[in-house]
Design a protein around this ligand. Structure first.
Ligand SMILES: [Fe+2]
Ligand SMILES: [Fe+2]
Length: 155
């Protein structure tokens, strides 16, 4: 996995925490991989895409399995989004093999825009469902305030 805290800072914020440890850790890795794809030079795009696809395949399969096993309501639209992302990523990788690097640049932008709302709405709902079934409670999530927001709030 790419390891750059500066890259995570571009995409990852505490507001993306859903209160499920495994999901939160995998989402942080996902954010790193998207950031790495956004910054990759042409020659590294294929490797970045391969790593991102491997991570997403594993992560999405885990979430899909939880949704099926725990009879999560409205799981089909969530699973459809996962499948659509993997289809797009696979198609983009083929284009990169053909020398179309611009498609990967566009995909990384779209993925960076897709990721936060997916986590905040669909994955957060799944984390709440898991927590409710396990403890009959909602996940408790603490969000650190960013420096920029603190500065604005105290100005
Ligand atoms: Fe997720
Ligand atoms: Fe998801």
């Amino acid at each position: 996995m790419m390891n750059s805290s500066a890259a995570v800072a571009c995409l990852w914020e505490d507001r993306l925490l859903v209160g499920h440890e495994q999901m939160d850790e995998e989402h942080q890795s996902f954010a790193l991989l998207i950031a790495a794809l956004q910054k990759a030079p042409d020659h590294a795009l294929d490797a970045c895409l391969a790593e991102l696809i491997a991570h997403a395949t594993h992560h999405f399969a885990q979430e899909d399995a939880w949704m099926c096993k725990l009879n999560f309501p409205a799981r089909q639209c969530h699973m459809d989004e996962h499948a659509a992302v993997l289809r797009s990523a696979g198609g983009v990788r083929l284009r990169v093999h053909g020398g179309d690097y611009q498609s990967a640049r566009l995909f990384s932008k779209e993925l960076a825009a897709w990721f936060p709302p997916h986590v905040q709405h669909l994955d957060s709902a799944l984390a709440s469902w898991i927590c409710k079934l396990a403890w009959n409670a909602k996940p408790l999530v603490f969000h650190r305030q960013s420096r920029a927001r603190v500065a604005t709030a105290t100005a």
